[in-house]
Design a protein around this ligand. Structure first.
Ligand code: ZN
Ligand code: FE
Length: 253
């Protein structure tokens, strides 16, 4: 039986994710950007919350933990770094597994945005929750890790099956698209950017995305092919990635 995902906006540009293992009816909340909005959605759906799955310690990802536990009695699973702002019940790292009813999530180490960042991948349903590591046409800023660490993290996500549905934690896609067009003139990117601008005009979300779509058009995953454009010709792949990341950090678009 499959995993059902319910996505809704939180704060100014975060997404909240509730997912339910249909075999058992148990639900999980991936990150806790806004406790009030998450509890309202849970109530509306009538789902029973079993777990919070944190991807990293930032307040827009773990800041609602305490209030949601108080309201639901659920348990918290996350990387050790989350203890900076919240208690956790189970510490996990890359290679661990987390069960939600009959749904099995693999924990993937995706450090870079924060050192201990992780992603959750459900291989049976080909669903990945990637927090602030991979965005539609973007990737997380390097607040704590190095370009090499983030590049390796992104490669682990890029190695997931092409059809994997990727739930990113922010709606940053239109600004990511403007940057992407400044470093890449690939026709597939141009076509996708047009669709993104139109979707945002209509107020529609551009999340989730897929691994195939990101591999084809995301300038951070395509960094080795853009190396010359960003002044990193002949450098190792992670350096090309680092140069694209640096260009995005200073992009005024
Ligand atoms: Zn973050
Ligand atoms: Fe965030």
């Amino acid at each position: 039986m499959p995993l059902t995902v319910h996505q809704f906006p939180c704060l100014s540009d975060n997404y909240g994710f509730l997912c339910r293992d249909e075999a058992t009816g148990l639900a999980a909340c991936v990150d806790t950007p806004e406790a009030g909005a998450i509890l309202r959605e849970l109530n509306k759906l009538g789902w029973k919350l079993d777990l919070i799955l944190n991807t990293h310690w930032h307040p827009d990802h773990a800041g609602g933990n305490a209030e949601i536990v108080a309201a639901t009695g659920c348990k918290i699973v996350g990387p050790a770094e989350v203890t900076k702002i919240s208690v956790i019940d189970r510490e996990v790292r890359g290679g661990d597994e987390v069960m939600l009813g009959q749904t099995r999530f693999e924990v993937i180490e995706t450090g870079g945005h924060t050192l201990g960042h992780i992603a959750y991948f459900d291989p049976a349903d080909r669903i990945a929750f990637v927090g602030d590591t991979l965005f539609a046409l973007g990737c997380g800023r390097l607040f704590e890790g190095t370009a090499e660490q983030m590049w390796n993290s992104l490669q682990r996500l890029a190695a997931l099956p092409d059809e994997t549905t990727v739930y990113c934690a922010h709606e940053y896609t239109a600004s990511n698209a403007r940057f992407a067009l400044s470093v890449d003139d690939d026709p597939a990117l141009k076509a996708r950017a047009d669709q993104i601008f139109a979707a945002r005009e209509r107020g529609e979300p551009t999340v989730p995305t897929t691994i195939a779509l990101e591999k084809a058009t995301n300038p951070f995953l395509r960094a080795p092919r853009l190396a010359e454009r960003v002044g990193a010709g002949g450098e190792p792949d992670f350096k090309a990635f680092g140069a694209v990341r640096a260009a995005k950090d200073s992009f005024k678009g």
